[in-house]
Design a protein around this ligand. Structure first.
Ligand code: ADP
Ligand code: MG
Length: 331
């Protein structure tokens, strides 16, 4: 466990003052902090270095064969190396990096709205407009990763999609006095989720702990000189990318109805359902959802990665292009 008071003493982190804990993952704790030089708030992801010891501890409690992700988790330096190359409105930016003998510290752009996961829980489910607003931003991030950076995220899920809230009133301006025409604004300064209520916050992709580069950055070809690349490697690249599209389909499904497409108490039954692509548009939850939205999901949740939509096909789908769904993204 990291002592909060110890954090600022590490090299490069003196300027940050830890405010509170914001979240945690399997190997990390994330804190809200303030940069005392610029007065800007940031998030600091603290990752234990000695995962090996940690994994040995975990080994006592878990069957490692059932936790394959835990082993893959170890490469924080790769996460940092990938994040350093990324700059996009739908990607959480890495502002700094530091380490101590026991921990890595990733200074990140703060996403005060928290996880998409919590917003779905809070609202039960999203309207089609709100879902589209969210999913298009995520997809723009994926398109940037896949097409411009050759990066596959591999862990797209509601816990790794974070919001930036938009206050109704800018925080520095005082609230206007109540008058006969003023509407009650209960959620002042809070994230306002409903579309039409002044626009909703930006959403960004976080957690590059499992991500991977599939394109050679120098030659801008998949894994080396294209002319000499074996077909299975080119195929492999396409397969890698298609995992993010499957995940995008799962997130879209979850936004629209409030529960995931694949669920089972038993891990065995769940993995069977996933491998076969067994999901349904359960009544009554899906009754009022447009057939266009369902059609898009059907093209994302295809077991055969060759047949699954690519990110380009996603953007060509009528549900995504439909201008009548257009909602405001406040810049
Ligand atoms: P892990 O790799 O351990 O899953 P994440 O990078 O996903 O770590 O961070 C864990 C959690 O911390 C996230 O699910 C989220 O709740 C919170 N978090 C991470 N990054 C930020 C951020 N930049 N701003 C706000 N909260 C964050
Ligand atoms: Mg995570």
């Amino acid at each position: 466990r990291v002592q909060k008071s110890k954090l600022p003493t590490y090299s490069g982190l003196e300027r940050y003052h830890i405010l509170e804990k914001m979240g945690e993952g399997a190997f990390s704790n994330v804190y809200k902090a303030i940069d005392t030089v610029t007065q800007e708030k940031v998030a600091i992801k603290v990752v234990r270095k000695n995962e090996l010891n940690h994994l040995q501890e975990m080994h006592l409690h878990y069957d490692m064969k059932k936790e394959p992700r835990a082993i893959e988790r170890s490469n924080v330096l790769k996460e940092v190396q990938i994040m350093r190359q990324l700059k996009h409105p739908s990607i959480v930016s890495l502002l700094g990096f530091s380490e101590s003998p026991d921990y890595y510290f990733l200074v990140l752009e703060l996403m005060e709205g928290g996880e998409l996961f919590h917003q779905i829980v809070k609202l039960t489910y999203f309207s089609e407009q709100l879902s589209r607003h969210v999913i298009v931003q995520v997809a723009q991030g994926i398109r940037y990763l896949h097409e411009e950076k050759g990066v596959v995220h591999r862990d797209i899920k509601p816990e790794n999609l974070l919001f930036q809230p938009i206050p109704i009133f800018p925080s520095k301006e005082p609230r206007p006095p109540p008058g006969p025409n003023s509407e009650p604004k209960e959620d002042e300064g809070q994230f306002i989720p409903e579309v039409g209520g002044g626009g909703i916050g930006k959403i960004k992709i976080a957690d590059f702990g499992l991500s991977k580069i599939v394109w050679d950055q120098q030659t801008r070809t998949p894994c080396g000189t294209l002319g000499y690349t074996a077909p299975e490697i080119i195929k492999d690249e396409r397969y890698s990318k298609s995992v993010d599209l499957w995940a995008l389909g799962c997130v879209l499904y979850t936004c629209l109805c409030g529960f995931p497409p694949f669920y089972d108490e038993s891990i065995q039954d769940l993995s069977e359902k996933v491998s076969k692509g067994q999901y349904t548009f359960l009544s009554p939850w899906w009754d009022d959802i447009s057939s266009s939205a369902k059609d898009l999901i059907k093209h994302l949740l295809i077991v055969d990665p060759d047949k699954r939509y690519t990110i380009q096909q996603f953007f060509e789908h009528p549900w995504v292009k439909d201008e009548s769904f257009q909602t405001t993204v406040n810049k």
